[in-house]
Design a protein around this ligand. Structure first.
Ligand SMILES: Cc1ncc(COP(=O)(O)O)c(C=O)c1O
Length: 434
């Protein structure tokens, strides 16, 4: 029951009574509920900051209905910086979209009607989501895609699970295949030639320009996972690739504290990609976009240090007992070193080491208990990581037949500390100090 003293619906413009005891402050002096919605929303001071601020928003406001109509039209067409709602973009995410489009899209032919990189970037919650978005946007039921055997593991699972469910068939190919060989696998409904160079864990370098050109001749799109390229050292669009998949989680974010991915396409493909992004309601938070923006400011310096330190660790490993070979494309004895030199301007902190057969049961001793190398997935952060490869079921054209394979991400710690840590690991395996 209600009474005049305690109404269920509070009188307009008043705070509801929280308790029936009389107060010393008269109610009329309390701020109205309207003020709770309106205070602190206008900042007259114009403060310029070096960094783009975090703008969090679901609702975007308009001056008029005519402005709404215009924004709806522009947003549907994917016009840069057009938005009607937080999912379509807010200043922080727009800033990152621009940054990724320009840096990753380097080398794309500028669009005729404007200056600029000629590419656009869509942001999604992870690198894996970027792979899924790219493939599901440009292939449909009945279509066929070609994927390298060395694809990032969850990418293979995507093909065998979600893509298969959607009626998209994937064929896995030897990542070292030449364009003529891959042309043999093309079918009338092959829509996508997917590339990843170097390959996950086994570090094969692909002839990206040759394979992309072959795809184009056959009316298919080429797309590449450019995580390792960083984007400092490989620019997919310079090699004729149509779609770049960018796990921003890695060196772009760079601090092991944010997950994000991007799909970067030429202007021509943007409307199709943008329609899918909007249709699926894909978006990222401004806080996360801000972290990636912050990370990318130091990307060149960090990657340069990762590269130098990783090569020092790789060369040390090459000389170590128990090691068969180091799989690092920048080392002259890597089978694809010439191709790497042709296409890449540098490397990064990620490579693998193959140990002698028979050491399988002792890999745990090398990996566990390290002081500086953490056991963990992902890479591209400031810290060193070590992880044995588990390639069973992940190589179908040519199963891995070497010794135990261990992947290292060399972080920004001192190389001397990292070598000491690894030496202790070798000792724990029973391999004598050098
Ligand atoms: C080559 C490669 N591509 C894509 C991904 C996926 O990125 P994310 O961790 O953001 O999903 C990874 C993650 O380790 C990767 O190594």
């Amino acid at each position: 029951m209600t009474s005049p003293e305690s109404p269920v619906i509070p009188p307009a413009n008043r705070m509801p009574a929280m308790h029936p005891t009389p107060r010393s402050t008269p109610r009329s002096s309390m701020p109205s509920t309207t003020r709770y919605s309106e205070v602190g929303r206008r900042i007259d001071a114009l403060v310029r900051t070096a960094n783009v601020p975090v703008v969090r928003a679901s609702s975007v406001l308009f001056e008029s209905l005519a402005a709404v109509d215009l924004a709806l039209e522009d947003t549907a067409r994917g016009v840069r910086h057009a938005t009607t709602y937080g999912t379509c973009g807010v200043p922080t995410t727009m800033a990152l979209m621009d940054a990724v489009a320009e840096l990753e899209g380097w080398g794309a032919a500028p669009a005729l009607d404007r200056k600029g990189p000629g590419t656009r970037a869509a942001l999604v919650p992870s690198g894996l989501a970027a792979i899924a978005l790219a493939v599901l946007t440009f292939a449909a039921s009945g279509d066929h895609v070609l994927m390298p055997d060395s694809i990032y593991g969850p990418g293979r699972a995507l093909a065998q699970g979600q893509l298969a469910r959607a009626g998209i068939e994937a064929t896995f190919y030897d990542p070292r295949i030449d364009p003529a060989g891959l042309a043999q696998l093309m079918r009338p409904r092959t829509r996508i030639v997917y590339l990843e160079s170097p390959g996950s864990y086994t570090f094969e370098i692909q002839d990206v320009a040759g394979l992309a050109a072959m795809a184009r001749e056959h009316g298919a799109l080429s797309m590449i996972d450019n995580a390792w390229g960083s984007p400092l050292h490989f620019h997919p669009f310079e090699h004729g690739v149509d779609v770049s998949i960018v796990p921003l989680t890695k060196y772009w974010g760079g601090h092991a504290d944010v997950l994000m991915g991007a799909v970067v396409v030429t202007d021509e493909l943007w409307p199709t990609l943008w329609r899918t992004v909007r249709g699926l309601g894909l978006c990222v938070s401004s806080d996360d976009a801000w972290l990636v923006l912050r990370g990318l400011r130091t990307l060149p310096q960090r990657v340069a240090q990762h590269e130098v330190s990783a090569i020092a660790v790789a060369q040390w490993l090459q000389r170590h007992d128990g090691v068969v070979r180091v799989l690092h494309p920048a080392l002259p004895d890597h089978p694809d070193h010439a191709l790497w030199r042709r296409d890449f301007s540098g490397s990064c902190g990620l490579f693998s080491v193959e140990l002698e057969r028979g050491l399988e049961s002792r890999v745990a001793a090398l990996v566990e208990g390290r002081r500086h190398f953490g056991i963990g997935y992902s890479w591209g952060g400031f810290e060193s990581l070590i992880m044995p490869a588990r390639l069973q079921g992940l190589r179908t054209t040519k199963p891995w037949d070497g010794g135990p394979l261990v992947r290292l991400h060399v972080g920004l710690e001192s190389v001397a500390d990292l070598l000491e840590d690894l030496e202790q690991g070798f000792q724990a395996m029973g391999i004598a100090p050098r």
